[in-house]
Design a protein around this ligand. Structure first.
Ligand SMILES: *[C@@H]1O[C@H](CO)[C@@H](O)[C@H](O)[C@H]1NC(C)=O
Ligand SMILES: *[C@@H]1O[C@H](CO)[C@@H](O)[C@H](O)[C@H]1NC(C)=O
Ligand SMILES: *[C@@H]1O[C@H](CO)[C@@H](O)[C@H](O)[C@H]1NC(C)=O
Ligand SMILES: *[C@@H]1O[C@H](CO)[C@@H](O)[C@H](O)[C@H]1NC(C)=O
Ligand SMILES: *[C@@H]1O[C@H](CO)[C@@H](O)[C@H](O)[C@H]1NC(C)=O
Ligand SMILES: *[C@@H]1O[C@H](CO)[C@@H](O)[C@H](O)[C@H]1NC(C)=O
Length: 610
């Protein structure tokens, strides 16, 4: 299997998850012009009500041209009319006809079975047991007169006792997968179809060697062009068969950059569409019905696409503090898995941490509190009145960035009361408390909290303050006692203080910061990996294509066009490892070559290989 077909199968996998199961006709320039239906995946487990089954089947396939899935017909009586199957030209999964009594399969226009899913893991076409058990009727004729290609999987035609007028077919010609199983038993005789010249790869429109189909065709053709195919091996782009739909990014000759292609199309099954159908989203260059895990759906300029979350995918969760959910406890802790935002407050009461025998809730395993490491925001307040004795800080909230304080606890947005095990807060990501007062009281061993510039944290919210926000901090460890035991901020911290020991716990840095840790200097002039500093004095790596020069600055920003000098070649303002070669551009494929000074120059327009 090639990477491409695997990719296509992935797309089909998503398509098959789609729950909409009626035939639909898409119209206009934006959606596919071909009628597509989803098919079924019942295998042999059909329901007993054949009237209902027949009506559903008729509704699904009437007018359908491409079945994006499997075509399954089973247990149908001889009186049923299946002429509505005539419109079908292509099935992307398998075809299963089993235990039916009607006499002919009216699939006269079917050209291709793709076999992206297979029956019994091996058959793209299965025709089995089609006769009436206590009567005369049964399948007599396979109407597959135009079927010329099965791209994956084999064929099983067994126990159809009346099937003596089979289209006389050499299945080995049709089946493309050489290792496919072909099982034909208890049916009629066989014959061979038109044989192509050997050059033609099995697809032709005449016996002559010059009468081969285009390489992108499947199921035969009417002429030599990519627009003459009966069906496409890969994708149908407005009637032409192509290996790839028009790409989403192309090379811009003027800016020397890969840029969004205004004429891009997306893969929707085997069709290229300029917009995914309703209920589908763009993932990379395909239409899918669900974004993969660790991606989230975003809408930009009216186009819904999947984008990587970059860390945790957003997930809002209900907080605590309501009568039936007073505290975080062993019974509800799992509801906080993967939450990034708490819609409400978080309360930690003794009945939650130590357990509540009255309600039959056991003590909370301290390890479980690590679920809160994904939380970035709390919309109301954080109220800690009990905490496991084994934990000396609140580092399970290491990603907590904002407490909004929309609803307060008696005016407070952060409360820490009588937690003897606490020696430091460890809330090193906390940047904003938008409203409410900070209350830290009776934590006998707590240090560092009194170094924190609370004004800075309370004022960095966008809303102007409306209440007296002086923090209420009392009866914790005295500042001089903390200092005596060297519980003081790291020298790399600024005067804004710190949440705990070490350069990773600073509220802000004296000089520079790299990945949340304060550092003395970025690697501007020395070292193997060079850096630049952002406006907020964060050290960031230079682009890998920048040239590292001893004692000299390497870059002014993150881009390949912000290097002081290039490590190898240069294309316009960008440092590159090789010149653009065979990239799709607006007016065709682009080839460039490096000149003596290491700059990329355009090859002559007639060059096709560089
Ligand atoms: C189907 O086959 C059975 C058993 O061979 C035979 O009795 C019956 O007449 C056949 N039906 C038709 C319509 O040919
Ligand atoms: C490709 O799609 C067009 C509609 O856009 C349809 O008319 C044509 O028959 C399809 N061609 C093939 C080879 O599937
Ligand atoms: C949490 O997220 C991880 C990674 O995205 C995922 O594998 C896991 O299934 C999620 N768990 C729950 C309960 O949502
Ligand atoms: C926070 O506490 C945990 C366990 O109690 C400890 O492993 C970690 O080093 C502490 N972090 C800081 C910054 O003190
Ligand atoms: C605390 O932060 C505020 C606002 O950022 C600032 O004006 C003030 O000087 C800071 N205090 C100290 C002691 O650094
Ligand atoms: C480039 O191709 C055009 C059209 O095929 C042709 O007329 C022209 O002579 C070619 N130029 C060179 C330099 O080969």
């Amino acid at each position: 299997m090639t990477a491409l077909t695997r990719k296509v199968q992935q797309v089909f996998f998503f398509l098959l998850l789609c729950a909409r199961c009626s035939a639909q006709t898409q119209e206009g320039d934006q959606t596919p012009e071909v009628a597509v239906c989803t098919g079924t995946q019942n295998s042999l487990s059909m329901t007993g009500d054949t009237d209902k089954q027949y009506e559903l089947t008729k509704k699904m396939y009437t007018g359908c041209v491409i079945v994006m899935g499997n075509l399954e017909i089973a247990m149908m009586e001889h009186t049923r009319d299946f002429s509505f199957l005539q419109s079908i030209k292509e099935v992307t999964g398998y075809i299963l006809f089993a235990v039916n009594e009607f006499s002919r399969l009216p699939l006269d226009n079917l050209r291709v079975i793709r076999g992206n899913t297979l029956f019994e893991d091996r058959y793209a076409l299965a025709v089995m047991l089609n006769y009436q058990r206590d009567g005369q009727h049964g399948l007599q004729e396979l109407g597959l007169t135009h079927l010329t290609e099965i791209l994956d999987g084999g064929v099983k035609i067994t126990q159809n006792r009346n099937l003596s007028y089979a289209p006389q077919v050499n299945w080995l010609d049709i089946v493309k997968d050489e290792s496919a199983h072909i099982e034909i038993e208890d049916n009629g005789p066989k014959l061979t179809k038109t044989v192509c010249a050997p050059q033609c790869n099995g697809r032709c429109f005449g016996r002559n060697p010059s009468e081969c189909c285009h390489n992108e065709c499947a199921g035969g053709c009417m002429g030599p062009l990519e627009s003459d195919c009966f069906a496409c091996k890969n994708f149908n782009n407005s009637g032409s068969c192509v290996a790839q739909c028009p790409q989403t990014v192309i090379y811009n000759r003027n800016t020397f950059k890969m840029e969004p292609n205004p004429n891009a199309k997306y893969q929707y099954g085997s069709i290229c569409v300029s917009q995914c159908p309703p209920n589908f989203v763009v993932h990379e260059s395909s239409c899918v019905s669900n974004c993969p895990a660790d991606n989230t759906e975003v809408e930009k300029n009216g186009v819904k696409r999947c984008e990587p979350c970059g860390g945790f995918c957003p997930k809002a969760c209900e907080g605590t503090g309501s009568p039936n959910r007073e505290t975080v406890d062993a019974s509800n802790i799992d509801s906080f898995i993967n939450c990034t935002k708490i819609q409400g407050s978080l309360d930690f009461l003794v009945t939650g941490i130590k357990g509540d025998s009255y309600k039959n809730i056991p003590a909370l395993d301290p390890e479980k509190l690590n679920v809160f490491s994904t939380v970035q925001e709390i919309s109301d307040y954080l109220n800690i009145q009990s905490w496991p004795e084994s934990l000396s800080n609140l580092s399970v909230f290491s990603n907590l960035h904002t407490i909004q304080g929309r609803t307060l606890y008696r005016g407070y947005s952060l409360l820490l009361v009588k937690i003897e095990s606490l020696t430091s807060l460890g809330l090193h990501s906390l940047q904003k408390i938008n409203d409410g007062i900070v209350y830290i009281s009776g934590n006998k061993n707590l240090c560092y909290h009194n170094t924190v510039n609370w004004t800075r944290i309370q004022n960095s919210g966008s809303r102007p303050q409306k209440r007296n926000k002086q923090p209420e901090i009392r009866n914790n460890r005295a500042l001089d006692e903390c200092a005596k035991e060297n519980h003081v901020c790291d020298p790399l911290c600024s005067s804004d203080g710190c949440w705990g020991p070490g350069p990773a716990q600073c509220v802000s840095c004296k000089t520079y910061r790299r990945g949340g840790v304060c550092v003395e200097d970025c690697m501007f002039l020395t070292g193997k990996m060079r850096e630049f500093a952002t406006e907020s004095r964060e050290c960031m790596p230079c682009h890998a294509q920048c040239k590292v020069q001893e004692g000299k600055e390497t870059c002014r920003g993150p881009g390949a066009d912000q290097c002081v000098a290039c490590a190898s070649l240069q294309d316009g303002p960008h440092c590159v490892s090789s010149c653009p070669e065979g990239l799709m551009g607006g007016e065709g494929v682009i080839y460039k070559y490096p000149n003596k000074r290491g700059r990329c120059e355009q090859c002559h327009i007639n060059c096709t290989q560089g």
